[in-house]
Design a protein around this ligand. Structure first.
Ligand SMILES: Cc1ncc(COP(=O)(O)O)c(C=O)c1O
Length: 371
């Protein structure tokens, strides 16, 4: 145990910037004073402002990223009997949302460099039952979308992007969020744009999809007490929408700081594999994911020095007990399975100081050299 300095947690959501904290407190007072807490002007404004920021015509606020995926799939016409192709190295909610929409997940392996969906692995997984493709812009980096868009267009299959980890990321200069038929966002507090609780959104340029989502999130109502289809309750509260409106203008500078931290890690880390930035993509470093042969020993040694790390994700979805019926897909997922044993996410959040980044990088380098 070398550590005598303060611990470096994996994440820290306490607002350090006094002006940001004061702004959030003022926002809370404003919403409380308004007496309007659900489906009001804050949500309408945030839907418009966020959708505009990703070059989309429509934004529909919902309760979480999970329900954004579930409801977007339903709005795109996916349901029981349909297959949805996605990846197995993702947050489990990508897949639980697919099953909640009544569909079956079909997993495609990922690119060995970026660990993102790989169109060449998607093509052989498509069948006549495939009714959607869900590329996940994992870790803050956009998927190589052009070949996926080509494939989907040729087969007439809608694309739902999962951008829960990629607020502000770009592919060939275009923001993620408007690259497919619809895009699901999470504003879980740790995300690059995070609420002070749960929140999510679907962005789309398709007015019919947006209109259907507005019904689905409100018990299937077309107008009050008129239910034209079966929906659920999935609302983005006024207070969360107001917090998110206050935070949106700071997203770009927060992402710039994330990139600076990533560059600092790149310079100071040795003896481990660094994250790949594929060409023509603006990575927003929701996570800084390294690969190390003796990952578990490295993680334990860092923990002993007070440095928090996490693994995104240690058990691919097809190996989770809840999804055991998909274990027969393992032979298609060799890259996914290998990566799960090697990946490690280092602390990266805008408030992290340069000194802490160097301390983490030096510790990783020293421990990796011992291995
Ligand atoms: C890639 C991905 N998809 C979906 C989700 C689900 O979002 P939420 O936690 O807001 O339901 C998350 C976040 O946990 C995620 O990281």
């Amino acid at each position: 145990m070398i550590e005598s300095r303060g611990a470096i947690p994996f994440n820290d959501l306490t607002p350090r910037d006094e002006s940001a904290r004061a702004e959030l407190e003022a926002v809370a007072r404003r919403v409380i004073a308004s007496g309007w807490y659900i489906f009001g002007p804050e949500l309408e404004a945030f839907e418009r402002e966020f959708a505009e920021s990703v070059d989309c015509a429509h934004g529909v606020g919902v309760s979480s990223g999970t329900e954004a995926i579930q409801l977007a799939l339903t709005a795109l016409g996916v349901g029981p009997g349909d297959d949805v192709v996605t990846v197995a190295n993702t947050a489990v909610p990508t897949v639980s949302a697919i099953t909640a929409a009544g569909a079956q997940p079909v997993f495609a392996d990922v690119d060995p460099e970026t660990l993102l969906m790989d169109a060449t692995k998607v093509a052989p997984r498509i069948t006549p039952r495939t009714r959607a493709i869900v590329p996940v812009h994992l870790f803050g980096q956009a998927v190589d979308m052009d070949p996926i868009i080509d494939l989907a267009r040729r087969r007439g299959i809608p694309i739902l992007e999962d951008a829960a980890q990629a607020h502000g990321a770009r592919f060939k200069g275009r923001p993620v969020g408007a690259l497919g038929d619809a895009c699901a966002w999470s504003f879980y507090p740790t995300k690059n744009l995070g609420a002070l609780g749960d929140a999510g959104m679907v962005t789309t340029n398709d007015a019919a999809v947006a209109a259907r989502l507005r019904r689905l999130r409100a018990y299937g109502q077309s107008s009050r007490y008129v239910h034209v289809e079966k929906g659920i309750n999935s609302r983005l509260d006024e207070i969360q929408a107001a917090f998110l409106r206050a935070k949106l203008p700071r997203l770009s500078s927060a992402n710039t700081r994330r990139r600076e931290i990533a560059a600092l890690y790149d310079r100071h880390l040795h003896g481990v594999t660094l994250p790949t930035r594929a060409s023509e993509r603006d990575h927003v470093f929701h996570l800084y994911v390294i690969r190390a042969a003796r990952r578990d020993a490295l993680q334990a040694a860092l923990r002993d020095e007070g440095i928090g790390t996490l693994i995104h994700y240690p058990i691919p979805v097809h190996r989770q007990a809840a999804y055991v019926e998909h274990i027969d897909q393992a032979p298609f997922l060799a890259v996914t399975e290998r990566a799960a044993d090697e990946i490690l996410s280092l602390p990266l959040y805008p408030e992290l100081s340069d000194a802490d980044v160097r301390r983490v990088a030096d510790a990783v380098t020293r421990i990796a050299a011992r291995a």
